[in-house]
Design a protein around this ligand. Structure first.
Ligand code: ATP
Ligand code: MG
Ligand code: FE
Length: 345
């Protein structure tokens, strides 16, 4: 079956068509430029941008696939988590398409969709697999026994998400929003061993109590304090070194805990997804450490790591393949949908 996927949980309007684990067509619009002057995503602005982009993206995705909406067998849409108003636009569009074509409608979890994006690049996920999801709003370590039905949270951030930390540190360094990609570019000019920033929840009692949890707010504060002290002393701030050392601290904790989760659960496959996975230092460190640990690492191409419609269609296809019940036109949105709810009815 051909599954249409619609994503609108934050500031990307994504529409794609997938058959099995094959991406047939893909279209993406982003309102990120409209949020730059506010230094973060403004929900009302995002919702309005989704409204303007959704129909053009539906058309573009079909054209990209060389298909029409009539070829679609099922419709999948992000039901949560995300911004309520933004989610509503995608869900309403999905309902309209499903109703007009008389096709089943599936509401899927945005976080599980990030994990599922990987099947489009590397085929079916080995199960069980450990998944590390690192994005602007989430940092979760997951145990995936079945991507369509059984996803368990092993740990999560107890304060800021990794992407949020990138965006906040960027602001301190005078780098424009969204900070992640800009900091990444800056860091390539810097020395990642120049400054030793703290690794949250990695020792002593913290580690015992929060073995698979993360904390990035202390790291952010440490970076702010380090920069302020330099400035107070009248010294130049080596921005590239700060960026590289900060990303090193983030990547170190993420990869260390993900590999520990694999070892603890006797799992030899690690999947990494979410927008922060675009980070070059995280990718390099994960590759190196997984190779050493004998863990098979799966990281999709960058375009499939940040928000997109393809991952939603991919998860929809898995849900359809399992013969799970569709949602019906009463499908609602849930801004704080837990990761264990892979699909909703
Ligand atoms: P969520 O999926 O949790 O709802 P989101 O929609 O903001 O959040 P994504 O689009 O998956 O998430 O990721 C966006 C985040 O990824 C931003 O915080 C951004 O700064 C970060 N990011 C993007 N590229 C990079 C990069 N190269 N290095 C570090 N961070 C990056
Ligand atoms: Mg985004
Ligand atoms: Fe996301």
């Amino acid at each position: 079956p051909i599954v249409l996927g619609i994503e609108s949980s934050c500031d990307e309007t994504g529409v794609a068509l997938v058959r099995g684990t094959t991406l047939l067509g893909d279209a993406l619009a982003s309102s990120v430029d409209e949020h730059v002057r506010f230094g973060g995503v403004v929900p009302e602005v995002a919702s309005r941008a989704h409204l303007e982009a959704i129909v053009p993206m539906l058309e573009r995705a079909c054209a990209d696939a060389g298909l029409t909406l009539a070829d679609v067998d099922a419709v999948a849409v992000t039901a949560g988590p995300g911004l309520a108003g933004a989610l509503m636009v995608g869900v309403s569009a999905a309902k309209a398409v499903a109703w007009a074509l008389d096709r089943p409608l599936y509401g899927v979890n945005h976080l599980c969709a990030h994990v599922c994006a990987d099947v489009l690049d590397h085929g079916p996920l080995p199960e069980p697999t450990v998944a590390l999801l690192v994005s602007g709003g989430h940092t979760d370590l997951l145990l995936v026994r079945d991507i369509a039905t059984d996803v368990e949270a092993l740990g999560r951030t107890i304060d800021d998400a990794a992407g949020e930390a990138f965006d906040k540190v960027a602001r301190v360094l005078g780098v424009p929003y969204p900070g992640g990609p800009h900091l990444d570019r800056l860091a390539t000019q810097g020395d990642s061993t120049a400054i030793r920033f703290p690794r949250g929840l990695t020792s002593g009692r913290d580690l015992e109590r929060h073995r698979f949890d993360f904390s990035f707010s202390g790291l952010k504060t440490a970076v702010v304090r380090w920069v302020q002290e330099r400035e107070r002393a009248g010294l130049d701030v080596p921005v590239a070194d700060v960026a590289a050392s900060f990303a090193e601290a983030v990547a170190d904790v993420l990869t260390r805990k993900a590999i520990d989760a694999c070892r603890t659960h006797g799992i030899t496959d690690l999947q990494i997804g979410g927008g922060v996975t675009a980070n070059s230092q995280l990718r390099a460190m994960a590759e190196e450490r997984c190779a050493t640990a004998g863990i098979n690492l799966r990281v999709p191409r960058v375009r499939l790591c940040t928000d997109n419609g393809a991952m939603v269609a991919a998860l929809g296809a898995q849900v359809v393949a399992r013969g799970l019940p569709p949602a019906g036109l009463g499908l609602g949105t849930d801004s704080s949908l837990p990761v264990s709810s892979v699909s909703v009815v």
